[in-house]
Design a protein around this ligand. Sequence first.
Ligand code: P53
Length: 477
Amino acid sequence: MTKFPEGFLWGGAVAAHQFEGGWQADGKGVSIADVMTAGSNEQVRKITNGILPGENYPNHEAIDFYGHYREDVKLFSELGLKCFRTSIAWTRIFPNGDEDEPNEAGLKFYDDLFDELLKYNIEPVITLSHFEMPYHLVTEYGGWRNRKMIDFFVKFADVCFKRYQHKVKYWMTFNEINNQTGLNEWALFTNSGVQVQSDEDAEKVMYQAAHYEAVASALAVQIGHSINPDFQIGCMLAMGPTYPATSAPADVMKAERSMQAGYWLADVQCKGRYPKWLQRYFDRRQFDLDMPLSDLDVLQAGKVDYIGFSYYASHVIKAAEDEPADFMTPTHNLEVPNPALHRSDWGWEIDPVGLRYALNWFSERYDLPLFIVENGLGAFDQVTDEGQIHDDYRIGYLRQHIEQMALAVDVDGVDLMGYTPWGFIDLVSAGTGQMDKRYGLIYVDKNDAGEGTLARGKKDSFDWFHKVIASNGADLS
Ligand code: P53
């Protein structure tokens, strides 16, 4: 017996810059993803000053979905997908980001893509901004540290909502908007197009940029609803719960602090207000942020309809010996390994029960429908001499997570809309720029050096997931 409601949105997730390629096709502008080189787990991706000769930029071609979308969508329908999550490359619509008029050829591409999906009854689920803002907005305006970004984004959102109002119902504004709260240099760039200078306070820059994004998101929610009241517009958060390393109260408090520091944007986007601790923190630190009262009204009026989130792993944290009473900054955090869990080849701690925990955590706090829009295992795959990929490790990962999802729905009463495994067709890793960190149920013949035919093939997990969808989650065998 299935635990999942009728109409449950089984699907797959990708993002434009990680799979489309066609980085200059039909008038597309340069995005922030286009100036990031290939890296690895050990070697962080470089952010170059524009496009430099001799560098390897894996997103330029990616898996060339741009040139393969008809055959790929056909394959997605064979998989049985009910929905397909992707993003709209902002730079296809506004190549520089500050134009008055959108690029018709870019708009047309997504019209064709959505038509192709709808032909097979696959519901598009669309993220407006997934780590791919126009690079021009970084060089000319400093990215989201600049209030002008709100207008640029809102215009982009407005154009997309109007154009696709009869084709797309499910939207998300910013992908993993809370990634930057960790103050990681890479995350600040991919989320916000922000590069922090050595004489600046990274925290202040982050809070300002994230605030502008939250305001832009809230405005987009209001505009979207006025264009089509049936739109479901969600936020999108990276969820990786933090557990205390021990039962020592200082560790428990530290873990709570870590969750606060990582998820305050959920309060801003779901409740339409800043949490109390953060209001106090802003005052104490005297950041003097540009946050007029009118912004706070916008936040209150633009609350999201649902929470979309990614879930890959959980974290464990320990309090420092001299833990200050009031700091929130995650850079001070002391993460430790979880002895109860195994890690992926990239060191991500695999924790299916943590998904049920996360679903309960969101549900209790925000009482909104939830949508798991990313989950999966990045792994090395071996192609056999017969051209097959026996990825039972990936099937095991997905099965265990779906089992916990079923408990959350059936036992805990969580209102869950759907489940879209990440990178269900192999694509370029966001974190490392690798091709060989594979999440796919569909294999793509291309390696880290950029070699390969780009041919698509079904892994064992393809047939398995097909069965899961066909049985609405009842058959996980
Ligand atoms: P990759 C970090 C932590 C959690 C999710 O990640 C993250 C990241 C960024 O690496 O990103 C999301 O490709 C993101 C996707 C990304 C996916 O997780 O580094 O929304 O764009 O590809 C997996 O293995």
